[in-house]
Design a protein around this ligand. Structure first.
Ligand SMILES: *Cc1c(COP(=O)(O)O)cnc(C)c1O
Length: 396
C-alpha cells in the first residue's frame, strides 16, 4: 500500500466530515462574550458560554487586569521555575488554596494543561486509573500521557466502580491506583457521586482526582462540588479552571502541601511553558476575592438557571437529568437537533447543538448555559423563541 500525502489525508478526512454535516464552522464573536453577543452583525441571546457568573466582562476584573499590566507588563517573561513566578502568581495560589479549603494550590496556564500536568506527574506505566466513561477530553488525554492502565467504568455507576477498583487492587498488578472523575459532567449537567466515590477510594486505599471545571463558582458556595459534599480534606486532587466561572484563563490543582510541592518540580507544563500573564493573574485574584466575599453572583446564577429550566419544562421540552445550570434540551435525532439550533440562531438565540460522537447517538441536544448576567427579559425572550421554533418544528 502506498503511503498518503498530507494533502490526500486532509482532503479525504475533511470531505468526509463535510459530507456527514460534522464539519464545525466557527462564528467569530464581534465584541465581548456577554449575555448578548454579536455575530455577523446580528445580536443574539447568548446561551453557549461558560462565563457562568458574568465575570469575563466584569469591570472590577478589567480594572485589576489593567492595573497589573501597567505594573508588571503584558507577559511573565519566563516559565514558572526560571523566573516567571511573579509575586502575584504566589498570591493567586494562596487565594486558591483558601478558596478550595486545602493546604496549598498550584496554578497552570489552562484547565486542559492542568490535566496534562498533574496526572502524568504522579501516575506511570506501573499504575492504574479508574476513569468515568464520560470524563472530559483533557482527563482522557492526561491519563493517556501518563501511560498508566486506563480502566473505564460506566458513567456514575458505583457498583461498576467498586467491582473494578476491587479487581485492580486484588490483582496486585499496580503500584498505585487512582479514581478520576469530572465533578460536574458538562454534557448533561449531572453531579458526580462523590460521597460514594470517596467511600470506595477509602475502602480500597486508592487516590481520588476530581476535575471540577464546571462546579467551581457554581456549587458549594462557590468552592465547588467537593466542598458541596463536605469532602474538602478527603479528595487528593481538586482540579479547577480559571476560564469558566472565574471568567479569565488558567487552571489549578488544590490539595495537600506535599502534592503541590511535587507538582512544582515534576509537572512539565509548569516547568516548560511560560507562566500566565500578569493581567490574567490579577483578574483571577479579583474574581476569587469577589466569590469569597459574597454569594450574590452564584445566587443569581441559580435563580436564572431554575427560571430557564422551569420555562423549558413548562413548554414541554426534555431537559434531561441536569442538577446544575447546564441545561440540555434533548431533541434526539442529530439532523433535527442541528436544524433546531440553526432556527433558534436565525430567530435570535445562540445555543449550540451537541450531537454524536460528543454525546451518544439519538441523544442530540441543544445545550443552554444560563449565567448570572442574563436578565429576566432576556430569558423570557429566549423562551418565547424556543416556543416559536419548537412548535414550528413540531417538537412540542
Ligand atoms: C473545560 C474543561 C477543562 C478545560 O479547561 P480550560 O481552562 O478551558 O482549558 C478541563 N476539564 C473539564 C472537566 C472541563 O469541563
Amino acid at each position: 500500500m502506498s503511503s498518503k500525502t498530507l494533502h490526500e489525508f486532509l482532503k479525504e478526512n475533511l470531505d468526509e466530515l463535510k459530507n456527514k454535516g460534522l464539519y464545525n464552522v466557527i462564528d467569530p464573536v464581534e465584541g465581548p462574550n456577554g449575555p448578548i453577543i454579536t455575530i455577523a452583525g446580528r445580536e443574539l441571546i447568548n446561551l453557549s458560554s461558560n462565563n457562568y457568573l458574568g465575570l469575563a466582562t466584569d469591570q472590577r476584573l478589567i480594572d485589576a487586569c489593567l492595573e497589573a499590566t501597567k505594573t508588571y507588563g503584558v507577559g511573565a517573561g519566563a516559565v514558572r521555575t526560571i523566573n516567571g513566578t511573579l509575586d502575584i502568581h504566589v498570591k493567586l495560589e494562596e487565594r486558591l488554596a483558601q478558596f478550595k479549603h486545602t493546604e496549598a494550590a498550584i496554578a497552570y496556564q489552562s484547565g486542559f494543561n492542568c490535566n496534562m500536568a498533574a496526572i502524568s506527574a504522579v501516575m506511570d506505566k506501573h499504575d492504574a486509573i479508574l476513569s468515568d466513561e464520560l470524563n472530559h477530553a483533557s482527563i482522557i488525554d492526561g491519563c493517556r500521557l501518563s501511560k498508566a492502565k486506563i480502566i473505564r467504568y460506566n458513567h456514575s455507576d458505583m457498583e461498576d466502580l467498586r467491582t473494578k477498583t476491587r479487581q485492580a487492587k486484588e490483582s496486585g498488578m499496580y503500584n498505585k491506583i487512582m479514581i478520576i472523575t469530572d465533578g460536574v459532567f458538562s454534557m448533561d449537567g449531572d453531579i458526580a457521586k462523590l460521597p460514594e466515590i470517596v467511600e470506595i477510594a477509602e475502602e480500597f486505599d486508592v487516590m481520588t482526582y476530581v476535575d471540577d471545571a464546571h462546579g467551581s463558582g457554581v456549587l458549594g458556595n462557590g468552592a465547588g462540588t467537593v466542598k458541596h459534599f463536605g469532602l474538602s480534606d478527603r479528595v487528593d486532587f481538586q482540579i479547577g479552571t480559571l476560564s469558566k466561572a472565574i471568567g479569565v484563563v488558567g487552571g489549578y490543582v488544590a490539595g495537600k502541601r506535599d502534592l503541590i510541592d511535587w507538582l512544582k518540580v515534576r509537572s512539565r507544563p509548569f516547568l516548560f511553558s511560560t507562566a500566565v500573564t500578569p493581567g490574567a493573574v490579577a483578574a483571577c485574584i479579583e474574581a476569587i476575592d469577589i466569590l469569597m466575599d459574597s454569594s450574590d453572583l452564584q445566587n443569581k446564577l441559580w435563580e436564572n438557571s431554575n427560571y430557564l429550566k422551569e420555562g423549558l419544562k413548562a413548554l414541554g421540552f426534555d431537559i434531561g437529568a441536569s442538577e446544575t445550570p447546564i441545561t440540555p434540551c434533548v431533541i434526539g435525532d442529530e439532523a433535527k437537533t442541528q436544524e433546531f439550533s440553526k432556527r433558534l440562531n436565525e430567530e435570535g438565540v445562540y445555543a449550540k447543538s451537541i450531537v454524536f460522537p460528543t454525546v451518544p447517538k439519538g441523544t442530540g441536544r441543544v445545550r443552554n448555559m444560563p449565567t448570572a448576567a442574563h436578565t429576566k427579559e432576556m430569558l423570557d425572550h429566549a423562551l418565547a423563541l424556543y416556543e416559536k421554533v419548537g412548535k414550528e418544528m413540531e417538537l412540542i
